[in-house]
Design a protein around this ligand. Structure first.
Ligand SMILES: [Fe+2]
Length: 371
């Protein structure tokens, strides 16, 4: 995969499409960037589809394939839009409906695929993952297949300038969770750690600054860079309980993905801390927290994360988004539907302990004691 990073880099997309010998192009773009694509005055043959809803159902892929004919798919948008672009490029030319690909090895991609994120968060442009709502499935399905890698990823931080503060916050928190969960994953390795550590060091400062002032070019560039690094890290090491729990309670409030994963992350960090004190202490220090011992510092990672959520105007307990004691059983059940995430978590995810984690998440109970 070719990765291109730079301010204003989308304006040179013609060079990249030419490099791929792109043929007929369909842009799958967020509604908000349709105009920006039109204003590029592109000389190649293209059409634009810009009706991707947030958190899309898988059927949208079949609608696009039916409506357009194309050799190359260019995704320009947030994570959901890029995921639609990825699966569209793989499913095009196949007889099966996209939903019939669930649970199977994906066919080899025959269309060219180029991805340009407009948010700093999902890292989808560099991963082999695509997340979809599937009819009659309780939690979202994650396609995980090498066919989903793009040919070219163009990361242009300028595209994130128009992100409103709440989108900046939610997508930035998603990137932070990717970095943290990849870093602490049982499948982490020295290479994924290198990318994750750098992202963890950048995000607490850059995300606050980008949220406080969306015009801050340096903070926007730092966040796009950190999101890319986090994407590379979790593409190989995966995410864990943080994402499993985020998926498990989303049915209650239907929040954007990053907000959903972020709400319960402080409690996940405190649950996981004893499984790897050293790494959790490093996360805590990146968040500006420290304690009188390695253990105390590690446990403060959750507190530092909750403070970051507060600074970004985000909820930090499930009761803020309508969850109560009656929801505990169902949330705990649903955690175990994300089997791969549960398997990668550094601390064994025990059902009886999840009741406690979910209860603490609902009421906002974090350990602050030193003893
Ligand atoms: Fe995520």
């Amino acid at each position: 995969m070719r990765v291109v990073f730079g301010w204003g880099r989308l304006e040179r997309i013609e060079e990249e499409v030419e490099r791929l010998k792109g043929g007929k192009v369909v842009f799958i773009a967020d509604r908000a960037v349709r105009k920006a694509v039109e204003e590029l005055n592109l000389s190649f043959d293209y059409e634009i589809f810009s009706d991707v809803e947030p958190e899309p159902e898988i059927g949208i892929v079949d609608d696009i394939i039916e409506k357009f004919s194309f050799d190359t798919v260019v995704g320009v948008g947030g994570g959901s839009t890029l995921d639609v672009a990825k699966l569209t490029a793989v499913a095009a030319g196949e007889k099966a409906k996209a939903v019939e690909l669930v649970g199977k090895k994906l066919p080899e991609r025959k269309c060219k695929l180029l991805l340009c994120p407009t948010t700093a968060g999902t890292g989808s442009e560099v991963t082999k993952l695509a997340v979809f709502k599937i009819p009659k499935r309780e939690v979202k399905y994650v396609f995980d297949d090498e066919s989903l890698y793009a040919d070219i990823a163009i990361i242009d931080p300028k595209l994130t300038l128009s992100c409103p503060p709440h989108v900046t916050a939610s997508s930035g928190i998603d990137a932070f969770c990717h970095a943290i969960e990849a870093y602490t994953s049982l499948f982490s390795n020295p290479i994924s750690d290198m990318f994750a550590e750098k992202a963890i060091a950048i995000i607490p400062k850059a995300l606050r600054e980008a949220y406080a002032n969306g015009e801050n070019v340096r903070a926007r560039t730092d966040m796009s860079f950190a999101s890319l690094l986090a994407g590379i890290a979790f593409n190989s090491a995966g995410t864990g309980l943080g994402h499993a729990l985020g998926y498990a309670h989303n049915h209650i409030h239907n929040s954007p993905h990053g907000k959903s994963v972020g709400i319960t992350m402080p409690y996940v960090l405190q649950y996981n801390a004893i499984a790897d004190l050293e790494k959790h202490a490093r996360i805590a220090r990146a968040l500006g927290e420290s304690g009188s011992s390695l253990r105390e510092t590690a446990l403060r990672a959750g507190i530092g994360f909750a403070k970051l959520l507060k600074d970004l105007g985000m909820p930090h307990k499930l009761s803020d988004v309508g969850a109560g004691e009656d929801d505990i059983e169902k949330i705990v059940d649903r955690i175990f539907l994300s089997e791969k995430h549960v398997r990668r978590n550094p601390r064994v995810v025990r059902r009886e302990e999840m009741y406690d984690v979910v209860r603490k998440s609902i009421h906002g109970i974090l350990r602050e004691e030193e003893y």
